[in-house]
Design a protein around this ligand. Structure first.
Ligand code: BDR
Ligand code: CA
Length: 316
């Protein structure tokens, strides 16, 4: 499976990247970066650092530092740390892993070079995808699938994390998200409805550090900071592996329950970043949703299988 990984590393982004690097069925074509968990220079530096650590051959491509709505949002240092990776030591990185050009141009060129073959896994703000669509709308028909970590649709009462109504990746660039959901490509949203089931507790992280070696220990160290947020602020018994679940969907869609229908993102106001799907089984409809493609959201997941597979894969 040919994959472009669009990311804002980010601790759970690091988990997803380690996972991708260990999967023989994945051909990683590029790692495109976006502002989000930290500034664009920091997320790009982090992607280069992780690429080197995980022995990844695919290049990193610098992406958008400004969102399409033009609204600056505070960086979530309380979640991912000021350096985006839980304040671990990050030495000077090997810049040779950086490919010249912009992320959205890389997406356009790569999709055009492999029509019908490329899966985009996007686990940050949708800005690079939005820019790529604006510049070359024809790519929508040539992409195999877009799997995003983003959104929240109210299953199990999960409707937001940045606000009670909005998930971070969508709230971070609601305009890009709305354009991305409206495009004629098949989108699967792996949102908070399912990612909040993927809890990595202390014992699980200790086992990773033991079984995976250096990179497992790296994840465990990053997660000390991440756990301060999830345990103390959110009251969760572990840290949430949001982004790794988008990778799992690419491999095992049968482990998920889903619902189809057009999706609208609220672009401004108090509910900015809220994602709302009109189920396709509902008769009638409302003009705001009419004419949009029927996208897929994940409504339930077999978390036990996911956690076992992640652990087995990164330990191999
Ligand atoms: C998403 O926001 C980011 O902080 C995480 O990396 C994840 O992609 C969760 O809402
Ligand atoms: Ca992310």
């Amino acid at each position: 499976m040919k994959v472009i990984f669009d990311t804002d590393p980010g601790i759970d982004d690091a988990m997803a990247l380690l996972y991708l690097s260990k999967l023989p069925q994945i051909e990683l074509l590029g790692i495109t970066t976006v502002v989000g968990n930290a500034s664009i220079d920091t997320t790009t530096r982090n992607a280069l650092f992780l690429r080197e650590k995980f022995g990844i051959a695919a290049p990193v491509i610098h992406g958008a530092g400004e969102t399409l709505d033009g609204v600056h949002k505070e960086e979530p240092a309380i979640v991912h740390g000021i350096n985006g990776l839980g304040e671990i030591d990050i030495p000077a990185v090997d810049e040779s892993g950086l490919l010249a050009g912009t992320a959205h141009q890389f997406i356009i060129d790569t999709v055009n070079a492999h029509p019908g073959e490329v899966t985009i896994i996007a686990v940050g703000r949708m800005t690079n995808l939005g820019l790529a669509l604006r510049q070359d709308p024809s790519i929508a028909k040539k992409v195999k699938q877009v799997i995003i970590m983003g959104g929240a649709f109210g299953y199990k009462g999960r409707s937001g994390n940045v606000t009670p109504l909005a998930e971070a990746n969508i709230h971070g660039d609601p305009v890009a998200a709305d354009e991305m959901f409206a495009a004629e490509w098949p989108v699967v949203a792996v949102g908070l409805d399912v990612t909040h089931d993927i809890l990595l507790d202390k014992d699980y992280l200790a086992a990773l550090a033991r079984d995976v070696g250096e990179n497992g220990e790296l994840l465990r160290q990053m997660c000390e900071h991440y756990a301060n947020f999830y345990n103390n602020v959110m009251g969760f018994p572990g840290v949430v592996g949001h982004d790794l679940l988008a990778v799992t969907y690419a491999l095992f869609p049968e482990w998920f329950e889903t619902r189809k229908g057009p999706i609208v993102t609220i672009r401004d106001g108090l509910a900015v970043g809220q994602t709302a799907q009109m189920p396709e089984t509902r008769k009638g409809g409302d003009p705001a949703w009419n004419g949009r493609p029927h996208q897929t959201i994940c409504t339930a997941v077999d978390a036990e299988k996911v956690l076992a597979h992640f652990r087995e894969t990164v330990s191999a």
